[in-house]
Design a protein around this ligand. Structure first.
Ligand code: NAD
Length: 396
């Protein structure tokens, strides 16, 4: 079939296998340029949330910089005859193909990582791989979670807490800057969001891996968080999702002690920069901020996407010759240091009041945002022939 993008709001309901392959290939090429001192890089890596965004790039950084064996966990839609699978599905297949062609071990489980069944399947596969994970990355982003203890479904929401939030936002379909007003979350919505995106599930994963003795001596167990700028603070860091991230960060401190006791390892939270992913495109105000951020960081020569971030994490913070964790006062790794630099944030504060529909294309890089969004689904990538017939079920 010929596959074209079909965008509905902040998702694209189709995806292109050849474009996803090219996406993964390009990221692998960047990762292969890293180098670590003998014996320092990751050798066996578990990535929970491995098919798109930061989880995918983390896995690519590990596999293609250091030939790490990887086990990926994700929740993706399989293709059917005449109906493409999700982008994450093709990313996983593309990753497997490229990794196997280099002789690397790459195993995957497609399932609901919040469920006990999925955890048991992963444990089984991890044992078959001989255990000994020296790096675990927890990179789930999900709008809902079914609690495995009682079957209750929790839904995350993106709302401010204790205040009505009014700000500019971007209608990405119409390229229009508009005003958005979001009512505050109630207590139940706050609690539900924490259940989904807080640290509870990360702790459950860690406990299972420790109990099954699947972690190598000195293993690093890492989850991702975000802080962000003044303009998104009420909807992000001080909102429901920020409350959940604060919970994740607190849980990280407990897990750090548990890791030290269990295997002489550590648990950290890395605060990453804002990038275009399926998760971030759903957050009000963020697409406008990211479009502006692209412009400002390109001008300063500090622009990064997921793979540049995870490569820098590996090279400068975790495994490189002169790497240093450089933790902040709350004990977090700050990969968002370039985003949060004064020079960048002052420029954002200067541009934010001025941006409207008429100057959107001049004072932000909205075009690049749109291209990046399409790329997530394998579209708009140079060198891919989108007129060519593809088999959505067995594309590679
Ligand atoms: P993403 O949407 O690109 O990826 C989410 C991943 O989670 C996918 O692999 C998906 O398959 C998997 N997933 C979702 N629900 C699942 C389930 N029930 N079972 C198994 N897998 C499931 O998201 P992302 O933006 O890369 O976010 C990953 C992490 O990075 C999140 O913790 C997020 O808060 C953090 N982060 C993101 C940004 C950003 O700007 N995107 C910035 C800083 C930190």
């Amino acid at each position: 079939m010929i596959i074209k993008p079909r965008i509905k709001g902040f998702v694209c309901i189709t995806s292109h296998p050849a474009g996803c392959m090219e996406n993964v290939r390009q990221q692998a090429e960047l990762a292969s340029q890293l180098s670590f001192p003998e014996g320092k890089g990751p050798k066996k890596v578990l990535v929970i949330g491995s098919s798109t965004g930061y989880g995918l790039s983390s896995r690519i950084s590990a596999a293609f910089s250091n030939n790490a064996a990887t086990l990926g966990v994700s929740f993706e839609r399989e293709p059917k005859e005449g109906k493409p699978g999700s982008a994450g599905h093709y990313n996983v297949s593309a990753f497997q193909k490229l990794a196997h062609s280099k002789g690397l071990v790459a195993e995957d489980i497609n399932g609901d990582a919040f469920s006990n069944e999925c955890k048991e399947e992963v444990i089984k596969k991890a044992k078959e791989m001989g255990g000994g994970f020296d790096l675990v990355i927890y990179s789930l982003a999900s709008p809902r979670r079914t609690d495995p203890t009682d079957g209750q479904v929790y839904r995350a929401c993106l709302k401010p807490i204790g205040m009505i939030y009014k700000n500019k936002t971007l209608d990405t379909d119409r390229a229009e800057v508009k005003e958005v007003t979001i009512d505050p979350a109630n207590d139940s919505e706050i609690a539900h969001t924490e259940k989904v995106m807080g640290g509870e599930d990360w702790a459950l994963w860690t406990r299972r891996l420790v109990d099954e003795d699947l972690l190598a001596e000195g293993c690093i167990n890492l989850a991702y968080s975000y802080v962000g700028p003044e303009v998104t603070r009420p909807i992000y860091r001080n909102g429901t999702i920020g409350r959940a991230k604060a919970h994740l960060e607190e849980v990280g401190k407990e897990l750090n002690l548990a890791m030290q006791n269990a295997c002489g390892g550590n648990a950290y939270v890395s605060v990453n920069k804002a990038v275009v992913t399926q998760a971030s495109s759903a957050i009000p105000v963020v697409p406008l901020y990211v479009s502006m951020l692209f412009k400002v960081m390109h001008e300063l020569g500090t622009h990064e996407g997921c793979i540049e971030q995870t490569n820098r994490l590996f090279q400068d913070r975790l495994f490189g010759e002169s790497s240093s964790l450089d933790l902040d006062s709350a004990g977090r790794i700050r990969l968002d240091d370039w985003e949060m630099a004064d020079q960048v944030q002052q420029k954002i504060m200067e541009l934010w009041p001025k941006v409207d529909t008429s100057n959107l294309m001049d004072i932000t890089n909205f075009k690049e945002y749109q291209q990046e969004f399409l790329r997530l689904f394998g579209f708009g990538i140079d060198g891919v022939d989108y007129e060519q017939d593809v088999d959505p079920v067995n594309p590679f």
